[in-house]
Design a protein around this ligand. Structure first.
Ligand code: SF4
Ligand code: SF4
Length: 82
């Protein structure tokens, strides 16, 4: 599970830019989770956030979604593994 502390987030967009699977987006000058099912828990967003606003906990990652979307071409957020 990813969590973004909205109080700490300054909207620098670094986490959005470093995420390899377009999980995050910037909305109203704050980082938001747009496609959580695509997260592979690589931790890049957390490591690169200078404000320590991002938390990444095990349990979110779903490589199956990446395979379905990027390799097989299914639509985004098609996770069915529960
Ligand atoms: S890197 Fe941190 S401060 Fe910057 S947009 Fe992401 S969560 Fe906000
Ligand atoms: S943990 Fe990795 S895949 Fe998940 S949101 Fe952060 S940068 Fe993206």
């Amino acid at each position: 599970m990813i969590h973004i502390n909205q109080e700490r987030c300054t909207g620098c967009k670094t986490c959005v830019n470093v995420c390899p699977h377009q999980v995050l987006e910037l909305k109203n000058k704050k980082a938001k989770i747009a496609h959580e099912a695509r997260c592979i828990e690589c931790g890049a967003c957390r490591l690169n956030c200078r404000e320590n606003a991002v938390t990444v906990e095990k349990g979110t990652g779903c490589l199956f979604v990446i395979i379905k979307e990027d390799i097989l071409g299914f639509k985004k957020d098609a996770c069915t593994c529960g």
